[in-house]
Design a protein around this ligand. Structure first.
Ligand SMILES: Nc1ncnc2c1ncn2[C@@H]1O[C@H](COP(=O)(O)OP(=O)(O)O)[C@@H](O)[C@H]1O
Ligand SMILES: C=C(OP(=O)(O)O)C(=O)O
Ligand SMILES: [K+]
Ligand SMILES: [Mg+2]
Length: 627
């Protein structure tokens, strides 16, 4: 038996189950509860054989499956242990039952149950250390949800190779690894060191920064600079920060295009590292204010990203919402067959000043602490991080905490305790995703670094649940239309019902009676009963409803069913979402039966599990035990 709350206009109460959301053009005036039997004889047949109506084919369906109804299981969760990897690597693409399965999540759900799935998503920057197919597969098996490509480095051909490998991995092994392209931006940076992987600057050395290009190898103690006006703009006495202060110089002399600098803080110079200069204790911003956020090279990279079908574009050094709106309309006109999410990188003073409007315009944000720490005093970075995470949560946008999370693991196999504490704090703030940069791009221990992110995330998330730490401040309402507001209330309620059983007064679904509510806010009273459900199922076409559930950070995992592979990949960035692709209809009863049958046959759920289902086609909440 299932119990459901449906939202409808009075005249339509008898057709609740088939009423699509698009019909809700009038204000809703009442709520009714309805009980319907779930098909009792669930057949463990292949999903291909299911008779429920399927929606019109999407241009984004995998070619291997577009003619059938296929469910992909997720990799939104944890990962398997190292010794299981070889099994995973060979077992994933078996398609005997007409379904494609990402064995990593499947194994984890079977082994540890719902509550142990990882909620915090993990992003790996791909570089020379991780660009091979096997290396990418090891990262996917290790829990990578999103692969990031930094367009500052590498050629387009190199990036194309990585994108295609990730796509192949998804197709062959059932993963849903999304691809995020990160623009270079037009900030000033060093050249590529003539092929060397790094150069060491020692204390007291004099180095030359120049706009001259080198024909052959790099002259000793010389660095090329990307910006022609460099020598004109700097002044003797300026402080030059490489990579946000990892190495520091003082400008001592200008000779034509060459600028002589004294190394005051020694360190490693990495290819194409960012350069900022400070004068009288503050950042020199005039120059950067003139530079376009998206350079002409970035636009060509964006065209490349559209052609290759990337899932997200992260925009470096965003200053205002205007550039985000511009890019979004550019993408809307050109990106066929699927949206590309635009992520605003918050890494400048301007982006902090205009934070709310930038985040509102974007599809997500990144706390890009590397450059942010070069633009504001380091001790202000943690507060900025907390603020950005909070604003994103409030506006329902996914947020990524990035840079130097496990910096020491570029060279060492174990992180510092301080790094573990930093990762824990980002998880505790309940950010959507954590990102590796150099650790995975060119470090010696990319897999180990990912393992650390994974295990720290799991541990802190468990601690959160065990300590029963619920947020006391309610989320602000964000919906503008009445229908949006209802979706929001439904998701808030569903999430509250997901609060851990052990701390909740559990109401048996057998004894619960059905009542007719005449007032919207009664829903909240039901929710306050804290049913302690095992999972929230959300059926969502464009992902919005899933993000609304994720925003509430419920105790239980969220199984997000969507019809296209591109939406499925994009959902993989968001906290707690385990994204599946599934062809479903507007008949929720049939959807649920199909989903139960499929997940049960894979051993991913079992009879008796308590599930809440919400959907954006039919604004409803259904509470039921898996038959
Ligand atoms: N595609 C790539 N090709 C070569 N090296 C890369 C690539 N991506 C990243 N790296 C290396 O990894 C380092 C860290 O990556 P990231 O933090 O993304 O770049 P940056 O240091 O420019 O901010 C880079 O400095 C660079 O040395
Ligand atoms: C993520 C960042 O950007 P990038 O690595 O592109 O400099 C950062 O500055 O923290
Ligand atoms: K970048
Ligand atoms: Mg940056």
């Amino acid at each position: 038996m299932s119990q459901s709350i449906q939202f409808s206009t009075p005249s339509r109460t008898t057709h609740l189950l088939h009423l699509p959301q698009s019909r809700f053009h009038r204000p809703l005036t009442s709520f009714s509860f309805r009980q319907f039997p779930l098909t009792s004889s669930v057949k463990y047949t292949s999903i291909r054989a299911s008779s429920s109506p399927s929606p019109s084919p999407s241009p984004d369906l995998d070619s291997s499956s577009s003619s059938s109804q296929v469910l992909h299981s997720p990799n939104g969760t944890g990962a398997v242990r190292a010794e299981e990897r070889s099994v995973v690597a060979t077992a994933v693409s078996t398609d005997t039952a007409g379904i494609e399965v990402d064995t990593v999540t499947e194994a984890e759900l079977k082994e540890n149950g719902f509550r142990s799935t990882r909620r915090t998503k993990l992003i790996c920057t791909i570089g020379p250390a991780t660009c091979g197919f096997d290396q990418l597969e090891a990262l996917a098996v290790g829990g990578m949800n999103v692969a990031r490509l930094n367009m500052c480095h590498g050629t387009r051909d190199w990036h194309r190779g990585v994108i295609r490998s990730v796509r192949r991995l998804n197709e062959e092994k059932g993963f849903a690894v999304a691809i995020m392209m990160d623009t270079e931006g037009s900030e000033i940076h060093m050249g590529d060191l003539g092929g060397e992987s790094s150069a060491k600057a020692e204390d007291g050395e004099i180095w030359t920064f120049t706009v001259r290009a080198f024909d052959s190898s790099r002259p000793e103690s010389t660095i090329s600079v990307s910006y022609d006006g460099f020598a004109e703009d700097v002044r003797v006495g300026d402080e030059l920060l490489v990579d946000g202060g990892m190495v520091r110089f003082e400008v001592i002399e200008k000779i034509g295009p060459d600028v002589k600098c004294l190394c005051t803080d020694p360190g490693l110079l990495l290819p194409r590292a960012n350069l900022t200069f400070w004068r009288d204790g503050s950042l020199v911003r005039e120059r950067n204010a003139m530079l376009p956020t998206i350079s002409s090279k970035d636009w060509l990279d964006i065209d490349f990203g559209i052609a290759e079908g990337v899932d997200f574009i992260a925009v470096s050094f965003v200053k205002s919402a205007e550039v985000i709106n511009h890019l979004k309309s550019y993408l809307a006109a050109r990106a066929r067959g699927g949206e590309i999410g635009v992520i605003a990188k918050i890494e400048s003073i301007d982006s902090l000043t205009n934070l709310e409007e930038i985040i509102l315009a974007s599809d997500g944000a990144m706390v890009a602490r590397g450059d942010l720490g070069a633009q504001i005093p380091l001790e202000q970075v943690p507060a900025a991080q907390q603020r950005i995470v909070k604003v994103c949560r409030s506006l329902n946008k996914p947020v990524i905490v990035a840079s130097q999370l496990l910096e020491s693991m570029i060279e060492y196999p174990t992180p510092t305790r301080a790094e573990v504490a930093d990762v824990s704090e980002a998880v505790r703030q309940r950010s959507d995703a954590l990102m590796l940069s150099g650790e995975s791009a060119m470090g010696q221990f990319p897999d180990k670094a990912l393992t650390v992110l994974r295990s720290v995330s799991l541990r802190i998330e468990r601690w959160w649940r065990e300590e029963k730490r619920y947020e006391s401040t309610p989320l602000q309402a964000i919906g503008s239309t009445f229908s949006d507001k209802i979706s929001e209330e439904i998701c808030n309620s569903a999430a509250k019902m997901g609060i851990n059983k052990n701390s909740a007064s559990f109401v048996s679904s057998k004894t619960k009676s059905f009542v007719f509510f005449s007032h919207f806010y009664q829903i909240q009273k039901l929710a306050a009963n804290n049913l302690g459900v095992d999972a929230v199922f959300v059926y969502t076409k464009n992902g919005h409803m899933a993000s609304l559930v994720s925003r509430c950070r419920p105790d239980c995992p969220i199984f997000a069913f969507t019809t296209t592979t591109s939406v499925r990949r994009r959902l993989n960035l968001q906290w707690g979402l385990i994204p599946f692709r599934l062809s479903f209809s507007e008949d929720m009863e049939s959807n649920l039966n199909k989903t139960f049958s499929l997940l049960k046959s894979r051993g991913m759920i079992k009879s008796g599990d308590l599930v809440i289902a919400v959907s954006d086609m039919l604004q409803s909440i259904q509470v039921m035990n898996v038959p």
